[in-house]
Design a protein around this ligand. Sequence first.
Ligand SMILES: [Fe+2]
Length: 261
Amino acid sequence: MIDIHSHVLPQIDDGPANWEETMAMLHQAEEDGVTEVAITHHILSNLDYEREPEIIAKFEELKKRISLEKIKLKIHLGAEIYSQADMELHHVISTYNNNKRYFLVEFPMQGIPRFVADYFFKIITKGMTPIIAHPERNMGVIRSPERAYEFVQRGAVLQMNAGSIVGRHGEPVKDAATVLLNSNLIHFVGSDGHNTRRRPLRLRDARDAVAQGWGEERAQLLFHDNPARALAGEPVHIPEPLPVQPLHKGIWGKLRSAFAS
Ligand SMILES: [Fe+2]
């Protein structure tokens, strides 16, 4: 399995506090069956790129520590860029492995910024592909999952968090993840791992859930094949999206959905 979303380096953002925790996270990942990890620390504004040399230096140090501890993991470098109207995408860490094509971008949890649809369209016509981080956790998508459909129709691709489909972020998020998977609107799954406890770098239980609900072929695509292609800067496989269908749940499900809106 290949993880395309993680916060692994120590003392960069809200990820691990020290190297011991970093290495413990990677041991957990290896035990879970993860073979490659892309490290994507938060870039909250362009000012954060001032820390790029520090991030690259720690990334290089991590490679040495992985080799010393004989952990069988390959690491890649990228970033998780907070959406804004003047995103600088030319930096080394802006795109995965500096491939100048795929970048991971997050929206504020409360909704989808108005400027984003047109802005993404401009970026996409220049040959770049936004990977929208955890859309199933965004209130705008939870309320109106068809917004995810619109983004995919325009050429963006979507990354679900592993914890979402196994219910770690609550029922409305799990429901949104289910709706998006039902409509072929998820292209990758990442751990969004931050630490060893509450947000670990693990994918196995989510992969099992996807294989059980949507088939082994889909699991292979979302947990391995598409991540590998994006990291290499190659075209990812985008299944034909289906119109978004709300979940038909009982009265309790409807009540829960009401709470989410
Ligand atoms: Fe993240």
